[in-house]
Write a protein that binds this ligand. Structure first.
Ligand code: PGA
Length: 247
């Protein structure tokens, strides 16, 4: 059973048309391992222009979406709009959505369900905060988040789970390969026990949190680490090394 290595870049609210287009032009020219699936999480206003600038072997994701197709929801975007701009994926449940914008599990679950029904792939994020880890609650938190996501998934083929410990995001503190592997293995076991053996074997569980060119190779060697979701380093030329981390 092989799970195709998956590397997502999450640009967050960074860059502008010129800088991001230049970045993708250089990535287009780089030598890329064709065994790796690569998706760029683009700020919504640039979805279409980045889709046009990117080589067709790469896909584009939005960083959020709402739970319905259209309507009076000022400021929101729908999966239908993302698809209309050429996006194939959406990142949902990111820790910044959860903890800066107060999105709860229930809303994230509804978004996951609607995005999948609309035909997008979903990068669904989970992860514990520092006090939760220090309080010994990592598994409880991560399993509870995974449960709500799982309840809203009918077809797992288009779901990638991103384990992103909040204490590692944007802090320069990467989880050790052993810490990442330990939780990924437990999430896979949870999938086996609560969804199905097939899903546990096929679902890609990627790691996010201060992944860099320096830390990616060791992480990529872990049996249950099927790729990365990369913030800061996805805006730098070293992102190519991260894409190519899997040997
Ligand atoms: P980081 O962000 O790589 O800058 O820590 C990861 C993420 O938020 O997805």
């Amino acid at each position: 059973m092989t799970r195709k290595f998956f590397v997502g870049g999450n640009w967050k609210m960074n860059g502008n048309r010129k800088a991001l287009t230049e970045l993708v032009c250089s990535i287009n020219k780089a030598k890329i391992n064709d065994q790796t699936e690569v998706v760029f999480g683009v700020p919504a206003p640039y979805l279409e222009c980045i889709r046009k600038a990117l080589d067709s072997k790469f896909e584009v994701a939005a960083q959020n979406c709402y739970k319905v197709e259209k309507g009076a929801f000022t400021g929101e975007i729908s999966p239908a709009m993302i698809k209309d701009c050429g996006g194939k994926w959406v990142i949902l449940g990111h820790s910044e959505r959860r903890h800066v914008f107060g999105e709860c599990d229930e809303l994230i679950g509804q978004k996951v369900a609607h995005a999948l029904e609309a035909g997008l792939g979903v990068i669904a994020c989970i992860g514990e905060k520092l006090d939760e880890r220090e309080g010994g609650c990592t598994e409880e938190v991560v399993f509870a988040q995974t449960k709500v996501i799982a309840e809203n998934v009918k077809n797992w083929e288009k779901v990638v789970l991103a384990y992103e410990p909040v204490w590692a995001i944007g802090t320069g503190k990467t989880a050790t390969p052993q810490q990442a592997q330990e939780i990924h293995e437990k999430i896979r076991k949870w999938l086996k026990d609560h969804v199905s053996e097939d899903v546990s074997k096929c679902c890609r569980i990627i790691y996010g949190g201060s992944v860099t060119a320096g830390t990616c190779a060791e992480l990529a060697c872990m049996g249950d680490v099927d790729g990365f979701l990369v913030g800061g380093a996805s805006l730098k030329p070293e992102f190519v090394d991260i894409i190519n981390a899997k040997q």
